[in-house]
Write a protein that binds this ligand. Sequence first.
Ligand SMILES: [Zn+2]
Ligand SMILES: [Zn+2]
Length: 167
Amino acid sequence: MSAAVALVNAVTATGGDDSAGALRRLLRDNEFFWQEFDDADAEDFRRWGRVLRPFFEAARLRDATELLNRLMLEIPMHPHLSDHEPHGLHMHYAPPSSRLPDRFRATTLMNLAELVVQYGLGRTGVCAADGCDRVYADTSRAGRRRFCTEACANRTNVAAFRARRRT
Ligand SMILES: [Zn+2]
Ligand SMILES: [Zn+2]
């Protein structure tokens, strides 16, 4: 989940860093292995970030599910069980021999699909702060998140407070 959000923000948000170095860091932070990562892969990741952005912008559930369904037919899927650190036994979605971008696509796609099955569009979106175009996904229990970061939430709350005091 956070992997999809991090990639979309790196590639499509104002001030995002989608350099090969930043993408490598993003993959490492999200526990993807990157041995075969090269500059051609970087372009695959950038493209995927742009492909996923409309999911977070979708106003209607139908648009979001249509997008995911179309992508699930396009991306090579081959679900199987894998047992490795740091997760222990878990699902892999791409064929075992697939390249890193394909594994990343399959994993992020299935993560978003699971989120939509559970919560509809209630847990994902574009940050509600003025002038911020970063996306978020909320996997917390409360699930009331509307901002990409605490910084954006605080900035918006302070502005609302000042506006109320003026009136
Ligand atoms: Zn794994
Ligand atoms: Zn924000």
